[in-house]
Ligand binder design. Structure first.
Ligand code: EPZ
Length: 429
């Protein structure tokens, strides 16, 4: 099976709507768990086996980075076997890190392993400015000094503090993961991180690190304590399912109706979405790890006012997809984006299809319309691509989504899964 997905030229998707969805699929492993866990494998030279890893462009970018750092990585179905190939190399090429922000989290582990590191500064992306100041300020408290030169972060491990307290100005997912993955190998250092992120992916990362021998308490709460150890060991670990993939298909089901069944879904990870479904009157059933969405006419659904927030609040990564649904619900809905305040690139594209959405500050006001019509669209990022795909499947007529390859960064086996739900789309380079 070909695993490497390179995104050179941006492809496009052609969709003719409206279509109905009915069928059953299984949700893949979580992208946003796999990436920080893969970065953390740099903390040991022993063999690590990871299960339920999604075959995504971003995962392959992280594998490329690990191989540059001296790892040997091989796939077996949806498992990865990671071994030390040579001494850890902590000077990484510019390209892959620049390409994917999550890879910045290798900086701390590499600096601890080698005493220094040189890693590209990650770029922003179309969902908003994405500085790394919380990361660098926290690493500094852990004894790692950094300076930015020629687009690279040069870091040096200068001292081993005994006790460290980092209070994050905002519960950043990336900064929380980066600081935990660094503090675990600071022997005899006690680190407390307050106001940290509580996302399920943070808990998954900590459970993985604990299986390597790390000592961590409080993961899943806003205060995490880490007792640094001298050495971490090889392990075998299965990552959690992707709650954002599950939420995306659940919203698709609510828009396209009939009946879809999603297996491998953890209810606690998506209850903020189920809460919204309750308020709207979406007909869903959650049994064990299976979510069933049975369509009812959208005219019977109610508008809602939603705010995005850090977990356990409603995730910003489902905001564009929910907006596609709300654009077809009679009445006035609103979505306030509190995590990436300018994350509204999908609005103009949905309006191009006949939606009625306008943005005031960081709130989108949505007046429901009875139908959308197909149009030529531009996708700008991963979740916006998913939202435009959902809208194009319900719209009248033909839609072309250009620049759509972003979608392969976060949705594994997309065509296969859509086919299993009797949905037809055409992809071309
Ligand atoms: C993670 O990004 C996810 N990515 C994002 O998912 C997700 O949107 C985001 O968390 C929020 O849930 C991965 O897990 C790989 P943050 P991250 O640090 O860690 C500000 C997707 O579609 N901030 O929690 O980069 C920042 O600008 C992706 O799968 C600083 O100001 O997000 C933002 O406003 C997109 N300084 C807020 O915090 C910092 O040093 C939250 O960002 C760090 C963050």
């Amino acid at each position: 099976m070909e695993h490497r997905l390179e995104i050179e030229t941006m492809g496009k998707i052609k969709v003719v709507g409206p279509q109905k969805a009915y069928g059953e699929i299984t949700i893949s492993g979580s992208k946003n768990s796999a990436l920080p866990i893969l970065a953390a494998t740099l903390l040991t030279d022993e063999e690590i086996i990871l299960h339920n890893i999604p075959n995504l462009a971003d995962v392959n970018t992280m594998i490329e980075i690990l191989e540059n750092a001296g790892k040997k990585v091989s796939w077996e179905e949806s498992s990865l076997i990671i071994k030390a190939h040579s001494n850890i190399n902590s000077v990484l090429p510019y390209g892959p890190v620049r390409r994917m922000r999550a890879s910045f989290n290798v900086l701390g582990p590499l600096t601890i392993r080698n005493g220094y590191a040189k890693v590209a500064l990650p770029g922003g992306c179309s969902i908003g400015v994405r500085p790394v100041n919380f990361h660098l300020e926290g690493l500094k408290k852990l004894g790692i000094e950094s300076k930015i030169e020629h687009g690279f972060t040069h870091s040096k491990y200068t001292r081993t503090p005994e006790k460290v307290h980092v209070s994050l100005p905002f519960p950043s997912v990336g900064a929380t993961e980066h600081l935990i993955t660094t503090a675990v190998l600071l022997e005899n250092t006690e680190t407390i991180i307050t106001n940290c992120a509580q996302e399920p992916e943070i808990v998954d990362l900590c459970n993985f690190l604990i299986s390597m021998g790390a000592r961590i308490e409080g993961h899943g709460t806003s205060n995490i304590k880490i007792y640094g150890v001298e050495k971490l060991y090889g392990t075998e670990y299965k990552i959690i399912p992707d709650r954002i993939e599950a939420g995306t298909y659940a919203i698709l089901g609510a828009v396209l109706g009939e009946k879809i069944i999603l297996n491998n879904v953890i209810e606690d990870h998506i209850f903020s979405l189920l809460d919204i479904f309750e308020k709207m009157g979406v007909n869903y059933k959650m049994e064990k790890n299976t979510l069933t969405i049975e369509g009812i006419s959208r005219l019977e659904l109610s508008p809602v006012d939603v705010e995005t927030a850090t977990f356990p609040g409603f995730p910003t990564d489902l905001q564009p997809q929910l907006m596609a649904l709300l654009s077809l619900i009679p009445g006035r809905s609103s979505i306030t984006e509190n995590v990436f305040k300018t994350r509204f690139n999908h609005v103009d594209e949905l309006n191009r299809m006949g939606a009625k959405i306008f943005v005031e500050g960081n709130t989108a006001i949505i007046t429901g319309v009875t139908k959308l019509s197909g149009a030529p669209l531009e996708a700008t990022d991963l979740r916006a691509s998913a939202a435009l795909l959902i809208a194009s499947l319900i719209a009248d007529g033909e839609t072309i989504i250009n620049n759509v390859d972003h979608i392969f960064r976060g949705y594994e086996k997309l065509f296969e899964k859509l086919e299993k739900m009797n949905l037809k789309i055409e992809y071309s380079e």
